[in-house]
Design a protein around this ligand. Sequence first.
Ligand code: HPA
Length: 274
Amino acid sequence: MSYTYSDYQESADYLRGVLGGFSPEVLLILGSGLGFLGETVEDPVFVDYGAIPHFKPSTAPDHKGRFVFGRLCGKRVAVMQGRMHCYEGYSMEDAAYGVRVLRLLGADKLVVTNAAGAVNTDFSAGDLMLITDHVKLFDFGPLRGENLPEFGVRFPDVSTLYTPRLQQVARETAQSLGLTLREGVYMYFPGPQFETPAEVRAARILGADAVGMSTVPEAIVAGHCGYEILGVTLCANMAAGVLPRPLSGEEVNEMAAASAPHFSALILGCLEAM
Ligand code: HPA
């Protein structure tokens, strides 16, 4: 199903009614392990996705499925605690729906995080990676269908989708915190099965440093409607076939939990500096 501009407006109008005069400047879409940052928002207003017209609920385990609006590190934020993934049965347009709604509310910076598998064999499980670019070869994109010119042009340039200014903010923040920050290309796979070892080898040949099942729909839609974007990946595991053992969702969740202190420090530091 395609959304119309008035669908997005109706969602934004509902949120304006709940939020009064509060206008978020930064949208944070937090993947596995970082959802708890939503609990640290000052003067929080919680809004379940299910309460918002046209919004789809998130079904992923450990994803709360709500917005938290308030202040974090001196910024007016909207935190999505739980995102929609295409492997849940959503379209890419569904997965990125909130990005456009928040743009209508005034947000113009997106911080997006995820867990992924490291393809680059110089990386280790637990490494943080600044996303400098992505590869998406699968599925139709989120901008398929009639263009909504209120949001952006039919053929958007994506050559600096992950905003160079915010990449620099992340590098400087990592350095000041004494954190190692890898950099690289995130390659999108639709999941929910992990990749095969042959897919991981192919991804490496195509220039990928990490493989994952999220982020790209939101980033494409955010770039189209004029957000600055910062993307950071937690390399929760070495991608399939790099090590001689099977992958599991539990392994990903354990690494996400173990990395939460330094991952959240980096994200909060970036938020303050951006
Ligand atoms: N592949 C895809 N998505 C992931 C992975 C992976 O290895 N680890 C965490 N999310």
